[in-house]
Design a protein around this ligand. Sequence first.
Ligand SMILES: [Zn+2]
Ligand SMILES: [Zn+2]
Length: 157
Amino acid sequence: MPGTGSCFCGHVKYRYTGDVQAKALCHCLDCRKISGSTYSTNLIVPGEGFEVVQGTPKEISKTADDSKNAITSYFCPDCGSTLFRKGATFGDAVIVKAGTLDDHSSLESHKPELELYAGHRPSWVGKVGSSAQKKGMPDSEDHEVSTTDKIKAKLGA
Ligand SMILES: [Zn+2]
Ligand SMILES: [Zn+2]
């Protein structure tokens, strides 16, 4: 299903025509800073068919938490909203920040199936249904880990 998105001020707009390949929450500390919130909600879409249709986003590259690969964030130079990210870990796919989608109701059909850096999830944020819990990036080993579990382990519960 194709989609369109835009930043907070509306100067930068993008669209994608390919099908969403993955839906993931990311609890990494970089996403916390970028979003100014607890975690990020992401859609992985094919690079082919993705394009910025208005404005020119600024970009900043940084190496992800425990990965060797840099990730580049693209954000509006006027309002600062991060619209999408790209990185070697994801090949030529684009990581769309789901909160920038223009069709607000489309999040209903984009329930996350994957949670990255699950160990950073605050204990008061619940796991999404039966989503897969990853220790790091999608290519990292599967690992059921949560802050709640760690706290429980400490308390011997
Ligand atoms: Zn903007
Ligand atoms: Zn992240």
